[in-house]
Design a protein around this ligand. Structure first.
Ligand code: AMP
Length: 353
């Protein structure tokens, strides 16, 4: 797709081309038309996908089309909420670069610095205001801006916003804005609490998801045992004794954990070996060929060591601890249930995890 197909104003196209953008990114291709139609949008997208332009360009386009800039004077027409000062500054810079050949202005306000210069900026008037939530509310309480003309509210990095405890502030800001507005909501991840927030503030939104897809074959059954840390070893032995027939990998987070588990299993009479980052390539290769040849019942491994290993399809994967991130989880359990065969992934999860 070319930017021309998105029907953007020539002065925006000029700025985009000067920035060296030749075609829209996926999120831009999907989100820009929806925003131009006036829809509320939920976008699952991480930084780096081009999401800033995905909301900034159609906001600028809307302002150019409606001619509101001229009619209402310099009253805020769009607010962009960002969780951190750094991100807020970046978003403001992006707006400025896209609006370079227009008369639309933007500004950024954030906490942790003197409020007076920010008041002066607002007094002069801007069209687009990028802000961190707390400072924006302070400025509102001090009557430094008039929210009457706000047409668009963007909530960026909603998941981070919630993690940083801004949920109440975001809700307050949403209420300050006029009822009739467009809301655009972006989040890198969509945990339940973020979905809850979006349900509260968006009206029949369109969803756009460009988050990286990692998925697990449907043939993998996933079991989770809630178990105190101290009881994990016992449960692991029970599983080995009672359920596993074929070969199995047990994952742990640390090299230390891997070695400890290997020792305990050996002591209990199991033929196991381990692979982790401190083992030489030769040692890892030997372990792997023993495992493939069926001379070992189980392999104990860290995520890093197991990455890229050509391990045949496994009957079971046990996560002695959950990995630190979702990608690793998907990676681990993808080693079972291959080629349509049934697989089983068991996670032993303590309260702390
Ligand atoms: P963002 O995800 O909004 O933080 O953008 C990530 C980076 O991609 C920024 O440096 C943008 O300037 C750049 N960018 C955004 N859209 C495009 C595009 N269509 N073509 C090339 N670069 C882009």
């Amino acid at each position: 797709m070319h930017f021309l197909e998105l029907q953007l104003h020539n002065n925006l196209l000029k700025a985009i081309s000067e920035l060296g953008y030749t075609e829209p990114t996926l999120i831009q291709e999907k989100v820009i038309p929806l925003v131009l139609e006036g829809k509320d949008v939920i976008g699952s997208a991480q930084t780096g996908t081009g999401k800033t332009a995905a909301f900034a360009l159609p906001i600028l386009q809307g302002l150019l089309e409606s001619g509101h800039v001229v009619k209402r004077g310099k009253k805020i027409a769009a607010i962009v909420l960002s969780p951190t000062r750094e991100l807020a500054v970046q978003i403001d810079e992006a707006f400025k670069s896209y609006a370079k050949h227009t008369n639309i202005t933007s500004a950024v306000v954030y906490g942790g610095m003197s409020i007076e210069p920010q008041k002066d900026i607002l007094k002069k008037g801007v069209d687009v205001l990028v802000a961190t939530p707390g400072r924006l509310l302070d400025l509102y309480k001090q009557e430094c801006f008039d929210p009457t003309f706000i047409e668009t509210l963007v909530i960026d990095e909603a998941d981070m916003m919630m993690d940083m405890g801004f949920i109440d502030d975001v809700q307050k800001i949403e209420k300050i804005c006029p009822e009739e507005k467009q809301t655009l909501f972006f989040s890198a991840t969509m945990p339940q609490k973020v979905v809850g927030l979006s349900n509260m503030i968006l009206k029949s939104p369109e969803s756009v998801d460009v988050s990286p897809r990692s998925s697990v074959a449907k043939s993998v059954e996933q079991l989770l045992y809630y178990v105190p840390k101290a009881k994990k070893m016992e449960l692991c032995l029970h599983i080995l004794r009672n359920t596993v027939k074929g070969n199995i990998i047990i994952f742990r987070r640390t090299k230390f954990g891997v070695e400890k588990l290997e020792k305990s299993l050996l002591k209990n009479g199991y033929q196991v070996a381990s692979i982790h980052g401190d083992k030489s390539q030769g040692a890892r290769d030997r372990v792997l060929s023993d495992f493939k040849a069926g001379r070992l019942r189980a392999l104990v491994a860290t995520d890093v060591a197991a990455r890229g290993l050509d391990i045949p399809s496994l009957e079971q994967v046990i996560n002695f601890e959950l990995p630190y991130n979702a990608e690793d989880y998907v990676h681990r359990i993808g080693r079972t249930g291959r080629a349509g065969k049934a697989g089983l992934a068991i996670s032993l999860v303590s309260a702390k995890e």
